[in-house]
Ligand binder design. Structure first.
Ligand code: MN
Length: 295
């Protein structure tokens, strides 16, 4: 992709050094590890193109124009095996973590595997992870692939510094049988969709912040199927009973208090979408987060 400074609400500055940037965007157009329907490879381009039409302000009228943002374009998977691609993604992420705040645009949820491997390699001590998703993504393998988008956290838990104790699963409303077997005899921080609905956003956010109080570094992964299919139809494995974009922004606002080291937005599938509803939601989630974090 050629660097184009009207993207990201006109905030993108291709001349910024990484250390000078508040936020760096990196697209990961990979959807080779989905279990059902593809299309997430088109998300980085679609979300960028939408971002050119949105003013540099937050939903509460705060100016984003002082933000220093650089979009590095995409890491293209063409011609690479998944393993080779993930090596490139992990190496690129290692160069970003700790120098700037990276925002990764997937791609399917498998891309979070090399991102968390990179975060675990860069940061010492327990890494906190918040996984906003309809699914746990805790399968040992799915469809014969141990790097499936349903295996993200079985692989992340193999990294030094990543433990179930500091991993919060939020918005969950779908379980694979093998995931339930894995969880037998283990304690996991699972906030089901029903629990989040009953207890409310701010109470759950407070629980997450308390649970991660020992973590000096926290990573946030947003699978867009956290949202209800009515709010985000453009995704490969939608699950009814999810959340509104209002709920999501409120949750993100609370979670921005944590010492975040990076964030991803994954599983947006433009060809499965209706009128780009899902891409608009993802774009807004990222730029509202910039407001919460940097203003
Ligand atoms: Mn997921």
């Amino acid at each position: 992709m050629s660097e184009n400074n009207v993207i990201w609400n006109g905030l993108h500055n291709p001349d910024l050094k990484l250390e000078e940037a508040d936020a760096v965007v990196l697209g990961l157009p990979f959807d080779g590890a989905t279990s059902f329907r593809k299309g997430a490879a088109q998300a980085p381009g679609r979300i960028r193109s939408i971002s050119t039409h949105i003013p540099p302000t937050t939903e509460e009228g705060r100016l984003l124009t002082k933000l220093r943002v650089r979009d590095l374009g995409d890491i293209e998977p063409a011609g690479l095996t998944q393993e080779q691609y993930f090596e490139q993604v992990s190496a690129a992420a290692e160069r970003l973590f700790g120098r700037t705040m990276p925002f990764f645009i997937g791609g399917d949820h498998s891309v979070t595997i090399p991102l968390l491997q990179a975060a675990a390699a860069v940061f010492q001590g327990p890494l906190g992870i918040i996984h906003l998703d309809a699914h746990l993504d805790l399968c040992e393998e799915l469809g014969g692939n141990r790097l499936s988008h349903g295996c993200t956290h079985r692989r992340s838990l193999e990294c030094p510094g990543i433990e179930l104790e500091h991993l919060f699963f939020v918005g969950i409303r779908s379980f694979e049988v093998q995931e339930l077997q894995f969880l037998q005899g283990r304690h996991a921080n699972i906030v089901t969709a029903r629990t989040l609905y009953e207890q409310g956003i701010s109470a759950v956010a407070a629980q997450i912040c308390a649970g991660l109080s020992r973590c000096r570094h926290v990573y946030l992964s947003l699978d867009i199927d956290f949202l209800d299919p009515a709010m985000a139809p453009g995704t490969g494995t939608p699950k009814p009973g999810g959340f509104s974009s209002r709920d999501l922004f409120e949750l993100l606002r609370h979670l921005a208090r944590l010492p975040l080291i990076g964030m991803d937005v994954v599983e947006v599938s433009p060809p499965l979408d209706q009128n780009d509803i899902t891409s608009f939601a993802a774009q807004r989630a990222v730029t509202e987060m910039w407001g919460y974090l940097f203003l």
